[in-house]
Design a protein around this ligand. Structure first.
Ligand code: KIV
Length: 285
């Protein structure tokens, strides 16, 4: 499979072909996603909650993102991969933003970076693009600033608030981002932005009219259990499968039914008796 590039996603938008997009945090999941033909992967800072069990994304640091993105790159060598800039990796200054975006590209071999914010991060987007890095913007519900938004709440639900989301979308495109992600906004607003922006518009909870859809893999496969946002559809029950497998293992070990001979390494023919004789002699000596 040839790796798709940003130009391919642009062509998919023009043709009306939907883009599939999932998060991935580790090597095996990245392998599964590539095998399933997923168009692009995000190594999201949502790994803070889904992998590390933090209450939010704020504690995640650059080094964690680098390690996980490297693993995902190894698992999905032919898939377009986006590294997610964690909290305080770009907010402090344009220099820091370029340095950290550069780390993603240099140290992990990923294809693009994503950062949160609209009008207020325009200078950061411009600086990163100027350095030659493909940028995906992220507006609407932006988890890194959820405190200011009053929690993990849908955005753009009044006409005035929707107008502000649209202004953010235009600002991100004008700053040079080559893709944009809309999170938790009504479908009418997602549709307007998708029809009026020239760059591919991805949705996570922004409705059916966008150019593509993103879900957090741990939600989608039924692994993450702490809460389920409205926009999440569970396509599998990995938690249930894991718990059932672990219960079966627990029971078989307790009952002495695992491991049977089939799961043991046999000794070379004739060596078992020899071994017992040697040990017996040693005991007597
Ligand atoms: O970190 C992440 O997975 C994200 C999504 C919530 C969009 O940024």
């Amino acid at each position: 499979m040839r790796k798709k590039m940003v130009q391919d996603f642009q062509a998919m938008k023009s043709k009306g072909e939907k883009i599939t997009f999932l998060t991935s945090y580790d090597f095996p999941t990245a392998q599964f996603a590539e095998e399933a033909g997923i168009d692009m992967l995000l190594v999201g800072d949502s790994l803070g909650m889904c992998v590390y069990g933090y209450p939010g994304t704020e504690p995640v640091v650059m080094d964690q993102m680098i390690f996980h993105t490297e693993a995902v790159r190894r698992g999905a060598p032919n898939t377009f991969i986006i590294g997610d800039m964690p909290f305080l990796s770009y907010q402090v200054s344009c220099e820091k933003a370029v340095e950290n975006a550069g780390r993603f590209i240099k140290e992990t071999g990923c294809d693009a970076i994503k950062l949160e914010g609209g009008i207020r991060v325009v200078d950061r987007i411009k600086a990163i693009v100027e350095a030659g890095v493909v940028v995906m913007g992220h507006i609407g519900l932006t988890p890194q600033s959820s405190g200011q938004l009053g929690g993990h709440k849908a955005q753009g639900r009044t006409a005035e608030a929707a107008e502000a989301v649209v202004a953010d979308a235009y600002a991100v495109q004008e700053a040079g981002a080559q893709m944009i992600l809309l999170e938790a906004i009504p479908p009418e607003v997602g549709k307007y932005i998708t029809e009026n922006l020239s760059i591919p518009v991805l949705s996570i909870g922004a409705g059916m009219y966008c150019d593509g859809q993103l879900l957090i893999v741990s939600d989608m496969i039924g692994q993450f259990q702490a809460f389920k946002p409205k926009f999440v559809k569970r396509f599998g029950d990995v938690a249930g499968e894991c718990i059932n497998a672990m219960k079966a293992y627990h029971q078989e070990v307790k009952e002495g039914n695992f491991p049977t001979k089939d799961y043991c390494y046999p000794m070379i023919e004739g060596e078992a008796n020899k071994f017992l004789e040697i040990m017996e002699q040693k005991k007597r000596a």
